[in-house]
Ligand binder design. Structure first.
Ligand code: SF4
Length: 354
């Protein structure tokens, strides 16, 4: 039996011979040319078939899709997902009229919007990456999570149980108990400092919080001065604690009910222990996230790019000295893909993959 290593070695040896004999480029282009069969759109239409135009959420490119939905008895089933040829992200590919695909390597543009839908369905095809076409499997995956799952054992035990959306919201807000272990988990209420002050009887919690912030700012400015010693800072913090313990104590609150750590007032209030991770989104999502988290009182929120893009830029910079490197497959003569499929490149996956 030939091992994988021997096979690769043998292939390289044969390729080298061929290259030596016939010149580099034609041979390499033969070796790396992907084999594929073109799949024409399925034009079946009728009373039991309809097309639904939507967006793929397989990644943040959000290509346009065209889902073919068929009726089977009382059920409607998504049978196939293709690219939406009207969508700016999806290259439109023409049919020759005889069922064969046309000049797909030349066309990079979407269909003009005034193209009638019937013509679009019968004469044009929108490209889509394999993950987008896989959308059917996301939709009908038997393991797809459709309800909230709550941990039903110690952390890491991998045990979960379904709960209702009402219970989820209630426990996120009020806190909850892991019944199987007896752990009590805090809810947003435990970190909502504004609410705590209000419940304690402070009529204007914002005024209290902004006065406290001014005092913390003063300590920070004081700490920056070259002549300030460590002991001076500790003394200032003690004064701060004494002042605010008294003010809060009059309404039955302690400083530790409000601050993350009274000895480190610069860390802010307990609201900062809530970080909002918003995942992928566009500018409007930033606006909503910032507004929500500021209303809650925390300064901590992250977007998808706070981790994903940062890793991408950092790795590129360390490797090549540039932070943003994008492939240019259209002008490349030879492409070596390692552990990735060409069709899964993004953004603009379809144009590049084609
Ligand atoms: S690139 Fe692929 S996965 Fe991403 S949105 Fe487009 S079709 Fe979906």
């Amino acid at each position: 039996m030939v091992s994988r290593r021997d096979f690769v070695k043998g292939s390289i040896a044969i390729a080298s011979l061929l290259v030596a004999g016939a010149g580099l480029q034609p041979v390499l282009s033969q070796l790396v040319r992907p084999k594929f069969e073109r799949i024409a759109p399925d034009l079946q239409m009728g009373a039991n078939v309809r097309y639904v135009y939507s967006s793929c959420l397989g990644c943040n490119v959000r290509c346009g899709i065209k889902a073919r939905v068929v009726k089977v008895g009382d059920l409607e089933i998504v049978e196939r997902i293709e690219g939406n040829p009207y969508h700016p992200y999806n290259r439109a590919v023409s049919l020759n009229g005889n069922g064969k695909l046309g000049s797909q390597h030349l066309r990079f543009y979407h269909l003009p919007y005034n193209t009638p839908v019937k013509e679009a369905l019968t004469k044009w095809h929108g490209t889509l990456c394999p993950r987008g076409q896989d959308g059917i499997y996301y939709l009908y995956d038997p393991y797809r999570v459709l309800v909230p799952l709550k941990r039903a054992g110690p952390r890491g035990s991998g045990k979960w149980k379904p709960i209702s959306w009402e219970q989820l919201i209630m426990e996120v807000v009020e806190g909850g108990v892991i019944e199987e272990t007896g752990e009590r988990l805090p809810g947003l209420r435990d970190f909502f400092v504004y609410g705590k002050l209000r419940e304690a009887g402070f009529e204007d919690p914002n005024a209290i919080l902004s006065d406290m912030k001014k005092d913390v700012q003063e300590i920070l400015e004081y700490a920056k001065k070259p002549e300030t010693s460590y002991e001076d800072i500790v003394m200032k913090i003690e004064e701060f604690k004494e002042k605010w313990s008294k003010i809060l104590g009059e309404k039955g609150l302690k400083l530790e009910d409000i601050l993350i750590d009274p000895d480190r007032p610069d860390l802010g209030t307990k609201a900062n222990m809530v970080a909002y991770l918003r995942g992928r989104g566009q500018g409007h999502t930033d606006y909503m996230s910032a507004r929500w988290i500021a209303g809650f009182g925390s300064v901590n929120w992250l977007r998808h790019t706070s981790s994903c893009q940062l890793g991408y830029y950092a790795a590129n910079y360390l490797w090549a000295g540039y932070h943003d490197i994008q492939p240019d497959p259209v002008s490349s003569k030879v492409i070596i893909m390692a552990g990735a499929s060409m069709g899964r490149l993004h953004p603009g996956a379809r144009a590049r993959a084609s």
